[in-house]
Write a protein of this length. Structure first.
Length: 202
């Protein structure tokens, strides 16, 4: 399992290198299981475009399974998304319905309360999934977003590419938010790739 990204001459702001002490064989397996979401892949994707009213992110991962299986595991988002990046602190309450106009929603357990993360607008199992909306703190801003996830067969498994294009208005400028969104999505895609290899530990 690995994550690949296009590199810039300098690391993106806030990117911290991983210095896991993998030289000790007795700790190698432990580190792989517990720190894989943070250390095995790079932590950031490439911000391919950014300005006050827009940004576009591209991420790429290798999943240790077929495109069909990778797609099925992707939509079972409660199995691999991080608790830390939910509204209620429990990723087990996430559900991604990949049918027409399906909701990637979260059960908040507050008298039927819920949060919509994104909405499905295109689904081709084993090939592509497209969702629209403002993820996380973008939800409360006057923005629109389109996230496209593609699955492609390659040697050793599947290439999973995720792009997220956002445009609209944010008081501080969307370009200032791009690195944070980049970091969160890169972490989640790393967790997904680790999950397909059967190594994810929450």
């Amino acid at each position: 399992m690995m994550i690949r990204r296009a590199l810039r001459p300098a690391l993106a702001p806030g990117l911290a290198p991983c210095f896991a002490p993998c030289f000790a064989p007795c700790f190698a397996l432990w580190l792989a299981l517990w720190l894989a979401p943070l250390c095995a892949p790079p932590a950031h994707a490439r911000v391919v475009a950014a300005g006050p009213d827009h940004f576009t992110l591209n991420l790429e991962a290798l999943a240790a399974t077929t495109p069909q299986q990778a797609y099925r595991r992707f939509v079972k988002i409660s199995d691999w998304w991080s608790d830390a990046h939910t509204y209620g602190g429990d990723a087990g309450k996430l559900d991604l319905d990949d049918r027409a106009q399906g909701c990637w929603c979260e059960d908040l357990g507050l008298r039927g309360g819920f949060a919509e993360h994104l909405r499905v607008v295109y689904a081709a199992p084993g090939q592509m999934l497209r969702l629209q909306g403002g993820l996380g703190p973008l939800q409360e801003l006057a923005v629109s977003g389109s996230m496209t996830v593609r699955f492609e067969a390659v040697a050793g498994g599947s290439r999973v590419t995720l792009s997220y294009a956002v445009s609209g208005h944010a008081p501080q400028g969307l370009d200032t938010l791009a690195p944070s969104v980049d970091s969160v999505l890169a972490e989640q895609l790393a967790r997904f790739a680790t999950h397909t290899a059967g190594q994810l530990r929450n």
